[in-house]
Design a protein around this ligand. Structure first.
Ligand code: C2E
Ligand code: CA
Ligand code: CA
Ligand code: CA
Length: 281
């Protein structure tokens, strides 16, 4: 399996096993995973590259299967989306992430303004009650809506031409931010950027990987930065692994980043210690 930071090689095997023993098992187990408390969230810091301190966290879903052990999201989110299980799971993710980040905001010194980035699937976005789910989560957790970033992949936006505009308007009225995830991988017309009032573009890791190695590696990122500036969007560079990449991103003027260079996604209980060992410069 491709090395992606330690915990993914087991996943590859599980996915293969899952396929061999029948994906139906995985499917029915996923229905029970929530009740069995097998789902959890890991948190990866989003870094201000000028201080190298955290400004917030992205919540990333993990499934600890009672027999197979850890299963990574790429192996089960597609099943959750096909079966509709992503709706209850996605609601749980949103509420749990907002609860956790709000706890840090209120209890950890220096974390008062931390943002919470939560991945949202297309199925959730087109479900009519999504804005109600978000509104209830804001009310129940007490978090400032402006601290919330809902991450939606560029491909989801392309695949949902009839994305309910009313949903997006209601989310905008609630004051939550939208981030376009995996930006640059969709080969889309970008026309959606005009009507979708996004706040952030997340540059896909594949472009960051080329920095320093490929002489043209910076070209796409420069284009995205130019566009983001004229549309007044923030930019987050994903998957930063090396100091060379960080240097290049700084040179290009990228202000926010995420990646193994600072931290893998960690269980919530490890975040306070990580914060103490990574004070802003
Ligand atoms: P994503 O939203 O693009 O998340 C970034 C992925 O890159 C994460 O993989 C993260 O662990 C990984 N990553 C972060 N930094 C680095 C790095 O420096 N190098 C490398 N090689 N990888 C890095 P993960 O956690 O396996 O998640 C995969 C995808 O699953 C996510 O991609 C997202 O699309 C989806 N996902 C995760 N959690 C959720 C969720 O709660 N709901 C939904 N709908 N999708 C989720
Ligand atoms: Ca994401
Ligand atoms: Ca991404
Ligand atoms: Ca991705």
């Amino acid at each position: 399996a491709k090395s992606a930071g330690g915990d993914s090689s087991a996943i590859y095997d599980v996915r293969m096993t899952g396929r061999a023993t029948g994906r139906l098992d995985l499917e029915s187990d996923l229905r029970l995973a929530l009740d069995r408390n097998e789902l959890s969230l890991n948190y990866q810091p989003i870094i201000d590259v000028s201080t190298e301190g955290a400004v917030g966290f992205e919540a990333l879903l993990r499934w600890h299967h009672h027999e197979h052990g850890p299963i990574m999201p790429d192996a089960f989110i597609p099943i959750a989306e096909e079966t509709g299980m992503i709706l209850p799971i996605g609601t749980w993710v949103l509420r749990e992430a907002l609860r956790q980040v709000q706890q840090w905001r209120t209890q950890v010194p220096g974390a008062e303004n931390f943002t919470a980035a939560v991945n949202i699937s297309g199925r959730q976005l087109v479900a009519g009650d999504f804005p109600d789910v978000v509104e209830a989560a804001i009310r129940d957790t007490g978090i400032d809506p402006a601290a919330i970033h809902l991450e939606i992949t560029e491909t989801v936006l392309m695949d949902q031409p009839d994305l309910p505009k009313e949903t997006l308007q209601r989310l905008a009225r609630l004051g939550v931010g939208l981030s376009i995830d995996d930006f640059g991988t969709g080969y889309s017309s970008l026309s959606y950027l005009k009507w979708l009032s996004a706040r952030t573009l997340k540059i896909d890791r594949t472009f960051v990987e080329e920095l320093g190695a490929d002489p043209h590696g910076a070209t796409i990122i420069e284009l995205v930065l130019g566009m983001a500036e004229s549309l007044r969007l923030d930019v987050v560079a994903e998957g930063v692994e090396t100091a060379v990449q960080l240097g290049e991103l700084r040179r290009l003027g990228v202000r926010l980043a995420q990646g193994y260079l600072w931290s893998k996604p960690l269980p919530a209980e490890r975040i306070p210690a990580w914060l103490r060992s990574h004070p802003a410069n």
